[in-house]
Write a protein that binds this ligand. Structure first.
Ligand SMILES: [Zn+2]
Length: 396
């Protein structure tokens, strides 16, 4: 029987790849735009969060890069003040916690939030403050979440060393790592080698968006030239794997031939931050069922499930998992496997990751998996098909 959407939502989840400027509530955009006097919202959406949310999804689904990028112009526009940044971060922590996320690394590019005079350090301070407030509100509402941030540098810009230094300066203050993002074609990660070498010398962590639309050379550079700890997306690693007919299943490696790079990624347990819905929108995959995550999970790559841009993709961690459950028949054991993979790959200290796995994630899944044992005494209506009609009738 398929696990229910309610079980998926209640299951502890870990998110490693989520953009702060891609996850705003439409209602918050409308409010912040009014407060700040931003008049650039698409026609007819300024007072209407429902219409604005639909506009975002439509623009992101359109297949037009221009329209997709326009969506970020609106979110970034209302994230130029201390209050705006803190509000957006606070909302994000609350929304993720309500969705059952217990640990998240949310990324943003500080250099995109300087238009109204904030300094890079003030941007980081405002976002941190918002996340701490969101964590407190989530706790008051009965859920627990921890949020770390990754500071992103833009591939086409020339500020990566400065942003890497910023990340290092705030590493004991909510910032857990560094990332580079932006169009892959024409902007190889090797352009930012000084930033990566600096972070390595500082024993700090970083991930690189690589192998989303662009192929294997991008992944190879991110790993072997830049030394990335994780790969943002990395879906094109599939290009280095040949599935051999009729030998499906079995232990890792059965039914597939791995090239040198794919073998390296699996052998070294390089985490892949996969974002299925986002990949469908950008054309990196044609359907959930055809998404490389199915094969990569079977081959026991270190695969994780992520949202990328919750607003533009109209998604959440629970929705991403629900799509995978429908496409691949995954159950709670698979969800736990993805979640433990993600927690192992987080950038917080080893002891904290271990405690999250043993004291939060595993007990959470154990409780969900044991619910059927106590179905008769569960409060509220009994689940469909649970049987035990006579007892119910007896108490009626
Ligand atoms: Zn991304």
């Amino acid at each position: 029987m398929r696990i229910t959407d309610d079980q998926i939502r209640r299951a502890p989840k870990v998110l490693l790849h989520d953009h702060l400027d891609g996850g705003l509530r439409p209602s918050t955009i409308v409010e912040l735009a009014a407060e700040q006097g931003y008049r650039g919202l698409p026609p007819g959406t300024a007072g209407d969060p429902g219409a604005l949310g639909a506009w975002f999804r439509e623009a992101a689904d359109s297949g037009s890069l221009e329209r997709y990028l326009e969506t970020f112009a609106h979110t970034v526009a209302v994230m130029q003040t201390r209050d705006g940044l803190a509000r957006v971060a606070c909302d994000a922590a609350e929304d993720l916690a309500a969705d059952g996320v217990v640990y998240a690394e949310v990324r943003y590019a500080p250099e995109q939030h300087l238009e109204q005079g904030l300094t890079l350090d003030e941007v980081v301070g405002a976002v941190n403050e918002g996340f701490r407030e969101g964590e407190r509100r989530a706790r008051a509402a009965g859920s627990r979440i921890r949020v770390g941030t990754l500071l992103t540098a833009m591939r086409h810009a020339a500020r990566s060393l400065e942003i890497a230094e910023l990340a290092n300066r705030h590493r004991d203050d909510g910032v857990v790592g560094f990332d580079i993002a932006g169009a892959e074609a024409g902007h190889p990660p090797t352009r930012h080698l000084d930033a990566f070498e600096y972070l390595k010398r500082e024993n700090n962590h970083f991930t690189i968006h690589a192998g989303e639309a662009f192929g294997l050379p991008s992944i190879w550079q991110a790993l072997q030239w830049c030394g990335a700890d994780r790969l943002g997306h990395g879906v094109r690693i599939i290009d280095d794997i040949k599935v051999t007919e009729g030998r499906e299943g079995g232990a890792a490696g059965e039914g597939a031939e791995l090239g040198r790079l794919a073998a390296y990624v699996r052998d070294k347990r390089i985490p892949l931050e996969m974002c299925p819905t986002s990949n469908l929108q950008t054309g990196a995959a044609s359907s959930y069922a055809a998404h490389p995550i199915g094969l990569l999970r079977r081959l026991l790559f270190r695969v994780t499930v992520n949202t990328d841009n919750r607003l533009m993709s109209g998604t959440s961690m629970s929705r991403e998992f629900a799509h995978l459950v429908d496409a691949f028949g995954y159950g709670l054991d698979d969800m736990q496997w993805f979640t433990v993979n993600a927690m192992k790959s987080a950038f917080i200290p080893f002891g904290e990751r271990l405690a999250m796995i043993n004291d939060v994630i595993k007990p959470g899944y154990a409780e969900l998996k044991s619910e059927w044992l106590f179905a008769d005494t569960a409060s509220g209506s009994s689940p469909d098909g649970a049987g035990h009609r006579d007892e119910q009738q007896g108490t009626a």
